[in-house]
Design a protein around this ligand. Structure first.
Ligand code: SAM
Length: 208
């Protein structure tokens, strides 16, 4: 059993927008810290991977999909799909049974549209990270804490639906679960708060 774990996000959206780019760079950086691999699979041929992501040492770009990489009888049984609809929660002993942790490359949506079902129907073993929708980088962070650091899900400090305040008047409620950082704030990728603020300003401008 390899000690090094692979975290795969299967690319399912037509493009990789700025929000996903920040999330994926955060995943790549944190995965390097635990000597793992972060792979973005199923990328269309000739896909332009953002430069900042390419530079991360743990990052691998892959055009093959996860079914081709881990076919039946050749590794599929060692792949765990993180799935909000799975019956069993992820637990520290899953470190023994799985080498690869698979996530849907989907932006969070409210209400969730269950696009993780596109991977579920491929028949990978599923594990849940509780019932509340997380951002993709949070889902990878929590998985790593359980698998690499042997936390149980109930030991992890969370922040659900935090409100981000910008200045005196503006605020946005994020419809996701995050891990609470040492500073008491939700752990978010570098640059994300600015991007959310920019998006919020844009939607306010659209009203006029
Ligand atoms: N709304 C989405 C959907 O349509 O399924 C959820 C997308 S979520 C932002 C991206 C990925 O993070 C999911 O495909 C799943 O792999 C993982 N994820 C997020 N929350 C999870 C949870 N509570 N349990 C297990 N996996 C989760």
């Amino acid at each position: 059993m390899p000690e090094q774990k692979t975290y795969i996000v299967e690319h399912l959206d037509p493009e990789l927008g700025p929000w996903s780019a920040l999330e994926y760079r955060a995943i790549a950086r944190e995965t390097a810290g635990c000597k793992g691999v972060f792979m973005l699979s199923s990328l269309p041929e000739g896909f332009q991977v953002p430069e900042e992501l390419k530079q991360e040492s743990a990052f691998r770009a892959e055009t093959r999909g996860v079914e081709e990489l881990y076919p039946e009888g050749k590794g599929k049984e060692r792949v765990c799909l993180l799935d909000p609809a799975a019956e069993e929660d992820l637990n520290p002993d899953d470190k023994r049974d799985f080498d690869v942790f698979l996530f849907g490359g989907i932006l969070g949506d409210d209400p969730p549209r269950d696009r993780t079902s596109e991977l579920r129907k491929k028949g990978f073993t599923g594990r849940r990270l509780g019932t509340i929708q997380m951002t993709t980088d949070t889902a990878v962070r929590v998985t790593r804490m359980v698998v690499e650091e042997q936390f149980t899900l109930d030991m992890i400090p969370y922040l659900d639906h935090p409100e981000l305040k910008f200045g005196d008047k503006e605020s946005t409620e994020m419809p996701f679960r995050y891990v609470k950082g040492k500073d008491g704030k939700p752990i978010m990728p570098e640059g994300m708060v600015d991007l959310i603020k920019k998006d919020a300003d844009k939607s306010i401008d659209d009203l006029f």
